[in-house]
Write a protein that binds this ligand. Structure first.
Ligand code: URA
Length: 433
């Protein structure tokens, strides 16, 4: 078998066999297939697509490309969540402590930022001391102790996804259904949790732009999970505007803490409660209504915030920063973007806003880039809001003052205004089980 022939076959629109897919994954992981060949194949997949059988074969080949985690010692209450990626999406930071305060066990592997979207691991690393690279023994003892631990893709778990994810990030091959489904589900299967709840983002800031595409992706992933014996559900949520108001690593942690203190933006709180209720309902086999009451109760009572502090400090994070978010280092420079006219914000292109925050230093433009943890955007106005000339639309944060011009230009190109009031879009499009 030759990788050249496999690339050519996909380029010409044919389905790859299970053996060809396994050959590609094995060769890419052992280094006999090079980055340039893998990127050519990803681009061919991007244009030609994969059928359901190829997507399932790719998922399993990736899931078995390294070690798998055995969580059976924690019983049936092991849970995992994963987002297909959005802008301002800090839900894991809120959902993990909510569900673990209710007795679910979240032993989770998370990713870094990808394209215009942020990643949980980068966000957690903005907290002084937080260790996302635990050894397997440390990981298990954290889970045993707290009922929650979140680590990066360290060790030898799904090495195929680890390499492909970083490659796709910089070769414009992220937003393809089969590549996203196999990337997410390979990690979820290898990570071993019994219940998996997927947050499939839909809209201008998501990889899936339309409800139809998001539904197709949700159904593909739920089918793979259920066929592999996992309790799987997907919640399709709106990403036509950023989630919450803060975008950028430490800014998002600060906003997540706000929600855990039962403040913070309503849209973010609602998506977190919906995801948490699905997780608790599936894993404890209770109705979603009953689960919703429980999740609201731990949020309002402060139990979820206590769990968050416990989790962060036991993974090495500085708990003082959680108690007092003024301790997070501030960006050296700020810039306020003001409205030039009166009107209503009728549309926000969340992808462009994500890119505006990457320009400020909150994400990576190449695999090697380092992140400015304090960089990002705080939105003062969102879709549907009335604005008057001179109102602050958003504040930009960065250590690189030179980035403000092009970030501002990108940000303003993301907004549409109208003279008449506009109605809000649905926050949760549907749930697939
Ligand atoms: N999240 C992932 O883990 N993988 C993707 O391909 C996209 C989002």
């Amino acid at each position: 078998m030759r990788i050249y022939d496999i690339i050519k076959k996909k380029r010409d629109g044919f389905a790859l066999s299970k053996e060809e897919i396994e050959f590609f994954i094995k060769g890419y992981v052992d280094g006999s297939i090079h980055d340039y060949q893998a990127s050519a194949l990803c681009m061919a997949i991007f244009f030609q697509g994969m059928n359901e059988r190829e997507t399932a074969d790719l998922t399993l080949a990736m899931a078995h490309s390294g070690d798998t985690v055995d969580l059976s010692r924690f019983g049936d209450l092991t849970v995992d969540k994963h987002s297909t990626g959005g802008v301002g999406d800090k839900t894991t930071l809120i959902v993990a402590p909510i569900v673990s305060a209710l007795g679910c066990v979240m032993a989770k592997m998370s990713g870094r930022g990808l394209g215009h979207t942020g990643g949980t691991i980068d966000k957690l690393e903005s907290i002084e001391g937080f260790n996302t690279a635990l050894s397997p023994d440390e990981f298990f003892s954290q889970v045993e102790k707290n009922g929650v631990a979140v680590v990066g893709q360290t060790g030898n778990l799904t090495p195929a996804d680890k390499k492909l994810y970083a490659l796709r990030d910089v070769t414009a091959t992220v937003d393809n259904l089969s590549l996203i489904a196999s990337s997410i589900m390979s990690k979820k299967l290898a990570a071993g949790s019994h219940t998996i709840v997927l947050d499939v983002k839909c809209g201008s800031g998501a990889f899936m732009k339309t409800p139809e595409d998001a539904k197709e992706l949700a159904e593909a992933m739920v089918k793979i999970g259920n066929n592999c014996g996992r309790n799987t559900a997907a919640v399709i949520t709106n990403m036509d505007r950023p989630l919450g108001n803060n975008i950028g690593n430490s800014l998002e942690v600060i906003e997540a803490i706000d929600v855990l203190k039962n403040n913070g933006p309503e849209d973010l709180k609602e998506v977190c409660l919906t995801l948490s209720s699905e997780i608790v309902s599936l894993s404890k086999n209770i109705s979603v209504d009953e689960a919703r009451k429980l999740t609201e109760e731990v949020l309002v009572s402060g139990k979820a915030f206590e769990k968050f502090k416990e989790w962060i400090s036991s993974q090495g994070g500085n708990a003082k920063w959680i108690e007092n978010t003024d301790l997070f280092p501030k960006a050296e420079h700020t810039y306020e973007i003001k409205a030039e006219n009166d009107g209503y914000i009728s549309k926000m292109d969340a992808e462009k806003i994500g890119i505006a925050s990457v320009i400020l230093g909150a994400g990576r433009e190449t695999k090697e880039d380092t992140i400015d943890m304090s960089a990002g955007i705080v939105l003062n106005k969102k879709t549907g809001d009335k604005v008057e000339k001179g109102d602050i639309l958003a504040t930009l944060y960065s250590c690189n003052e030179k980035s403000f011009n092009s970030s501002k230009e990108k940000f303003l190109s993301a907004l549409d205004f109208s003279e008449k009031p506009v109605s809000e879009k649905t926050l949760v499009w549907g749930i697939i089980k």
